[in-house]
Design a protein around this ligand. Sequence first.
Ligand code: FNR
Length: 368
Amino acid sequence: PHISTIQNSYDFEKLAKGILPKDAWAYYSCGSDDEISMRENHYAYQRIYFKPRICVNVRDIDTSTTILGSSSSVPFYVSATALAKLGHPDGECSIARGAGKEGVIQMISTLSSMSLEEISKARIPGATQWFQLYINEDRNVAYNMVKEAEKLGMKAIFVTVDAPSLGNREKDKRLKFVNETDVNLGDDVDKSAGASKALSSFIDCGVDWNDIKEVKSWTKLPVLIKGVQTVDDVIEAYDAGCQGVVLSNHGGRQLDTAPPPVELLAETVPVLKKLNKLRPDFEILIDGGVKRGTDILKAVALGGKDIKVSVGLGRPFLYANSVYGEDGVRKLIQILKDELEMDMRLLGVTKIDQLSPKHVDTRRLIGR
Ligand code: FNR
């Protein structure tokens, strides 16, 4: 169908399911075990209600903000996902172009299907890219990746720590990893059962907090930890001097029944405030299950003025890119931006930094 008929992020998903090869659909869409975290990531947003304010002059709405010091047209970004070429021949490069043209930041996976150099060349002038690092058993490999990321103009390093072992992704396991995309990882990956297994053989399960300190010593770029799943670990990351964390359960693909990140966010913010752990250079990012402008506004509001929160989307961008390439990526961003503008108007805020916990009612979250 013509791209102009697309109404929302779900439409891309439906179309992607219809056109993607079976193995690509299985790899992109699957969660682990019973896919409970994957489902709840999304549903948890529905347990938060808004507290809309009336009689606010909302003629002029501005969705722009900064994330880790870089400007962004919206408070969301493209999260790192492996193997974009499974869905579209331009892979991560069409995501780079589409996001860049819309003023949106792209986080690039260690396990991309194109080289970091190629993807950085596709960057639109003035656009921001970040690098997501998986730490290999050979620390020289990790070191060289960080140095290359610096050299290629990446603006932050995200160390993903929620995948020391592969989640049990059954849909994906049933299929052999047969695609011929170049994954930049050499030949020593295990291709016997699904894309996930092939990729996870790259990741060292021996990573600990000392490695985080080591990565910090390699670079002056902000270092953030992706895949934080408890308040205690947010505090560890804060105390370790990280510039932030990504509250994430990897889109429900790792430990099933790990908490929905937005619930964790609601739990985390009051604790950080109480402990006065509020550095202006410590930001919280969150991903998983985000489909709508309203989801994004809820997460940002939970952080409010004291803690800057930004929101990542993984699968929605893979689906949009798979179906329409660069145009799909742009369309998805435009749809979400339009939703944000309308929702902000209805909520009674005109700028992102006006959003506060007062705009959300979290009483229906479990345990509250
Ligand atoms: C991911 N994710 C991921 N994360 C990461 O740090 N490195 C990676 O290589 C990948 N690869 C990857 C592949 C696929 C197919 C998916 C769906 C996800 C996790 C990703 O960054 C993000 O945490 C989730 O995708 C967020 O959930 P949603 O938006 O997909 O619901």
